[in-house]
Design a protein around this ligand. Structure first.
Ligand code: IMP
Length: 211
């Protein structure tokens, strides 16, 4: 059984749409997130921590909003910025920009303890931040090549920052417009069809089907 590591049951329901029946279940495990400027190392380290905890195949996701005119801010800090500044102030900051283009990005990290030597795609085997964060047994960068292999899948949705509209969704949805609608104005089906997480899940499901 594959475990989606999240406190959010909605993410598991979304994943179920892409995977065979009864092949995924939620694992409520709150792993400590490392600090990094990219989503990949955060998802990779989360997947390692979760696999060590669960001893079963795990899928971890990390997502964020990247505003072009702010050099990608808030990016990996999106949760913190949502909790501290709030989405209205993120909109206010972006409102002064000439370039309000933005993207939601999601990286899924998969770990089942096995090597992915046969896989042609990016495999995070030795991120040094991640290894250092993993604990004393992997704190030595020389030991990083032995870190648990993690396979990453990325999805994104382009859009732009607008004044808040819509009642649905969560997080930054009301200030993110894609194709004339904010994500908070879309039906769940429509959002899932275009979302960053949906795109990453689609790539994962295709790869996982052959595994
Ligand atoms: P997480 O990685 O799912 O915890 O999300 C990190 C941050 O990005 C949180 O502030 C979320 O509210 C925000 N976020 C992630 N996905 C979405 C989305 O689909 N819509 C709006 N905000 C999102």
């Amino acid at each position: 059984m594959l475990r989606y590591v999240t406190t959010n049951p909605g993410k598991v329901r979304e994943a179920e749409r892409y995977l065979p029946n009864d092949s995924i279940a939620r694992l409520d495990f709150d792993y400590p997130e490392i600090q990094a400027t990219e989503l990949g190392p955060i998802a990779a380290q989360g997947a390692r921590e979760a696999y060590r905890h669960a001893d079963e195949p795990v899928l971890v996701d990390d997502a964020g909003l990247f505003v072009e005119g702010l050099d990608g801010f808030p990016g990996p800090y999106s949760s913190y910025v949502e909790e501290t500044l709030g989405i209205e102030r993120v909109h206010d900051i972006a409102a002064d920009l000439d370039d309000r283009r933005a993207a939601f990005r999601c990286v899924l990290g998969y770990c089942d303890g096995d090597d992915f030597a046969a896989s042609p795609d990016p495999v995070d085997r030795g991120d040094r931040n991640a290894a250092a964060a993993a604990g004393p047994d992997e704190g030595d960068p020389e030991a990083a090549p032995d870190a648990l292999p993690v396979k990453l899948f990325e999805g994104y949705v382009p859009g732009r920052i607008v004044a808040p509209r819509g009642e649905g969704g969560f997080g930054y949805d009301p200030i993110f417009e894609h194709d004339g609608e904010t994500l908070a104005e879309m039906s769940t089906d429509r959002k899932n069809a275009i979302s960053h997480r949906g795109r990453a899940l689609e790539k994962f499901a295709e790869w996982y089907a052959d595994r």
